[in-house]
Design a protein around this ligand. Structure first.
Ligand SMILES: CC(C)(COP(=O)(O)OP(=O)(O)OC[C@H]1O[C@@H](n2cnc3c(N)ncnc32)[C@H](O)[C@@H]1OP(=O)(O)O)[C@@H](O)C(=O)NCCC(=O)NCCS
Length: 213
């Protein structure tokens, strides 16, 4: 998938963030997770519906696990969204730079040679009440704008996606992911991957020289 260089995020004392408006007309701020958000993130997961929890579980969501994960410097990065002026988290995605060791052999079997420098592994989620409002897409754009300057060129799904998860499969297809193959784990799952081809920012057409009279 072709993506223009994305550099539109703002930096403030809160770090990089992006202000967006969702399809339901609400103002949302997307930012990177930091340890001060640990309690809100545990709360976010606690309030996900059973269906979403059954679809989404890249890691445990107790406060200790979250703070250990993000203080371990092991290449994990979190991304969150909040309604502007509110403290409640309404979307969370996790990125691991590189690939998951347990996914390595499966990826190999599709002819993919995992690359720790240019691959990233991705697991997105949006709070139930906010799903299908465009927020997943917007958070993903923000994530790309963070990953592309780091040299990431492929994004692999974290443990695949359940083939019955139409919303997520639709979301991945919309964002340019392609299916690599299928595997069985608590039902049928698709492995999917996005290859990013960065395009230069479009340059304005050359100015025509003025005709001399
Ligand atoms: C998957 C998920 C992250 C997508 O985020 P979202 O905010 O709901 O998605 P968006 O509203 O940004 O929609 C993005 C695209 O997904 C697809 N999509 C969204 N809702 C859909 C639905 N109900 N059915 C089918 N496709 C859907 C569409 O292609 C949509 O693009 P479009 O609106 O331009 O047509 C979110 O629905 C979610 O958290 N689901 C539960 C947890 C989960 O399954 N995580 C993934 C585990 S692998």
């Amino acid at each position: 998938m072709l993506y223009p260089s994305l550099t539109a995020n703002r930096k403030s004392q809160k770090g990089y963030h992006m202000n967006v408006k969702t399809k339901n007309g609400r103002q949302v701020v997307i930012s990177k997770f930091n340890l001060a958000d640990t309690e809100s993130l545990a709360d976010y997961f606690y309030h996900l519906s059973d269906e979403s929890k059954q679809r989404y579980g890249p890691h445990p969501f107790d406060k200790k696990f979250i703070s250990d994960l993000y203080s371990s410097q092991a290449g994990y990065m979190g991304y969150i969204a909040r309604e502007t002026g509110d403290d409640i988290i309404i979307a969370y995605s996790v990125i691991k730079l590189g690939f998951l060791p347990q996914d390595h052999d499966r990826l190999n079997s599709y002819g993919i040679i995992p690359d720790p420098e240019t691959d990233a592994t991705f697991a997105p989620s949006v709070a139930d009440a906010w799903q299908s409002c465009g927020l997943g897409n917007m958070v993903f754009r923000f994530i790309l704008s963070d990953l592309m300057p780091k040299g990431i060129r492929r994004i692999i799904l974290w443990g695949g996606v359940q083939s019955t998860n139409d919303k997520a499969v639709g979301f991945y297809m919309k964002n340019g992911f392609r299916e690599l193959g299928q595997f069985e784990h608590n039902g049928n799952n698709f492995d999917m991957m996005l290859e990013i081809i960065e395009t230069a920012t479009p340059t304005p057409p050359p100015v025509k020289p003025e005709r001399s009279s």
